[in-house]
Design a protein around this ligand. Structure first.
Ligand SMILES: NC(=O)c1ccc[n+]([C@@H]2O[C@H](COP(=O)([O-])OP(=O)(O)OC[C@H]3O[C@@H](n4cnc5c(N)ncnc54)[C@H](O)[C@@H]3O)[C@@H](O)[C@H]2O)c1
Length: 320
């Protein structure tokens, strides 16, 4: 089968593209390299440097499905430049859906996010929970989810939105290298590498056992496996939404302690004020993904996730 992977030069897209290739599929990566890296595209994939808004140039009926990762995804930036997020995430996906309709490509897997829920009223978060995003990034992703629901109902698209919680870890030559980095595990690893003096802990007075925020970390390879199952599941006229997480949370302090154990570095901490819009606990119920997709994540161990991310960070540092 032949798949279009938008954003396949980025972190998650490159790992999923690698999994598709290993499963024997043909992969075309479409990426404008705005935050991705040419060398991140797995060897074996065909690379097209271009924008999702121009997807019609490359899509044709030979593609079985589109796996859509391309987006702007920095929460902080979305607050100061919301127009960029509406344009790229919503405008870009609207163009992509139009190109798919024209070309007769009828299956889509979309990278949605836990940020669509906002402050949860109950944890673990189920897919029927209220969606009240607290920043433009989450709002644009929610808007795309609604757009896909309409496309499935009106035009028979078969789609699965996967709402990732905190993606972490690495897979072979593919890992996380956002710039600027805003994710906790790579930031703490930068301290271990001496690239940053200390890690900021934003708030240590939350109603959690150690006072720091709790998040649900999911290994990027487990996430990739869910995408392969989702593409197989996609059913014409149906839009399925599934959370992807481990259903288990780790606090900021637990993550820092795990990085200390894995790297042997002391990792100095600086406590900073809480950031607005940071809920105390964000943990997924992944029951729908397990029951509807048959997903069975096997890499939930935090030390293993951190060790894989550490190996990748060290590899990139050696290459620079
Ligand atoms: N990493 C996470 O923890 C996380 C959590 C929830 C959701 N997501 C979503 O998963 C997806 C992938 O995230 P990531 O961490 O790999 O991000 P990333 O920035 O590493 O990858 C995104 C890729 O999309 C490309 N891109 C952006 N706009 C484009 C456009 N208009 N045309 C073509 N290419 C374009 C970028 O160059 C980049 O290679 C995003 O949609 C993100 O919102 C990520």
């Amino acid at each position: 089968m032949k798949y279009l992977v938008t954003g396949g030069a980025g972190y998650v897209g490159s790992v999923v593209a690698q999994h598709l290739l290993e499963a024997g599929h043909e992969v075309v990566v479409l990426d404008n390299l705005s935050t991705g890296f040419r060398e991140g595209v797995p060897s074996g994939a065909t690379f097209v440097e271009g924008d999702i808004r121009d997807a019609a140039k490359w899509l044709d009926s030979s593609f079985e499905a589109v796996l859509h990762f391309a987006a702007s995804s920095q929460v902080g930036e979305s607050v100061v430049k919301p127009e960029k997020y509406w344009d790229n995430n919503v405008g870009g996906t609207m163009a992509l859906l139009g190109a798919m309709r024209e070309a007769g490509v009828r299956k889509l897997v979309f990278s949605s996010t836990a940020a669509t829920y906002g402050e949860p009223k109950e944890v673990p978060i189920v897919e029927t929970a209220e969606t009240a995003p607290t920043n433009p990034y989450g709002a644009t992703k929610l808007a795309v989810d609604h757009m896909i629901t309409g496309e499935a109902a009106a035009h028979g698209l078969g789609a699965v939105s996967l709402r990732y919680f905190n993606v972490a870890g690495a897979y072979g030559a593919h890992g996380e290298r956002h710039d600027p980095e805003s994710h906790l595990i790579p930031l703490v690893l930068q301290v271990a590498q001496g690239r940053r003096e200390a890690i900021s802990v934003y708030g240590d007075d939350y109603p959690t056992p150690d006072g720091t925020c709790i998040r649900d970390y999911i290994h990027v390879a487990d996430l990739a496996e869910a995408h392969l199952l989702a593409v197989r599941h996609a059913t014409p006229g149906e839009h399925l939404i599934c959370n992807l997480g481990n259903g288990e949370g780790f606090s900021v302090r637990q993550v820092i302690e795990t990085v200390r154990e894995v790297t042997g570095h002391p990792i100095p901490e600086v406590v900073a004020p809480r950031r607005g819009g940071d809920p105390a606990v964000l943990v997924a119920s992944a029951r729908a993904a397990r029951e509807k997709l048959g997903w069975n994540p096997s890499r939930a161990d935090l030390a293993g996730i951190v060790a894989d991310a550490w190996e990748f960070a060290q590899k990139i540092a050696r290459e620079q």
